[in-house]
Design a protein around this ligand. Sequence first.
Ligand SMILES: Nc1ncnc2c1ncn2[C@@H]1O[C@H](COP(=O)(O)OP(=O)(O)OP(=O)(O)O)[C@@H](O)[C@H]1O
Length: 255
Amino acid sequence: MATILQTHSLGISFGGLKAVQDLNLTLNEGDLVGLIGPNGAGKTTVFNLLTGIYLPTTGDIIFKGESIVGLKPYEIAAKGITRTFQNIRLFGELSVLENVLIARHLHVPYNMIHAILRFGKYYQGEKEMRDEAYELLKIMNLAHKAEEKAKNLPYGEQRRLEIARALATHPSLLLLDEPAAGMNPQETTELMELIGFIRDKFNLTILLIEHDMHLVMNICERIYVLDYGINIAHGTPEEIKNNPRVIEAYLGEGA
Ligand SMILES: Nc1ncnc2c1ncn2[C@@H]1O[C@H](COP(=O)(O)OP(=O)(O)OP(=O)(O)O)[C@@H](O)[C@H]1O
């Protein structure tokens, strides 16, 4: 399998704090990989590095054979890396469908969004975009909510909408930041199936941060574990579950 993303000794410091240190991460095309670790371990910071929000202090990030360090977030998004956020970032006053349609304009100021939806570029290929957005909503089991305001959806559905919106940007690498946070067990189980399904359907590579160990251990093929910014372990779910250092730092006894 071809490598899609590799980090070489990636690191970032905030003042004296080394939030991420010497990280060597490899993702192959089609991988579904987990990134786990205690609170404050540096997981979201890794996403912020991969998406160009933060500039690394050390190291390099190679995506599809090229360094993406120094590129702006929208340039990285255009190359095919898209993420969702730990704290949901939907446009609550817009409809579910509009939230997906707007995905390609995420860097536009909020007060311009209505203009784009009504008068702007949106009219170019309107039908195709609408059809595609509906298709994504169907896949995420949200088509019946297309006209509702996003803020009125229950939490679990808002999380699924975030994924639909991310897919609308046609990523090849999808970064999911705690996709099951706040979901009940049934929603989490459905989400697990959906994540596997979209990976296959859209030929995605997926890196996900998640505290729900049931989800991580069941769907991830490999897992990286961070602790205080350091990658303390990497392996299959079975290897990670039985790794004494991981048990001590994160999983606890009886995990
Ligand atoms: N912009 C910033 N400025 C200063 N410190 C930061 C910044 N971003 C992150 N940090 C620090 O870096 C460390 C790693 O934070 P990060 O949010 O990446 O952890 P995390 O593993 O995602 O945690 P959680 O599971 O709680 O989301 C923390 O100590 C955090 O306070």
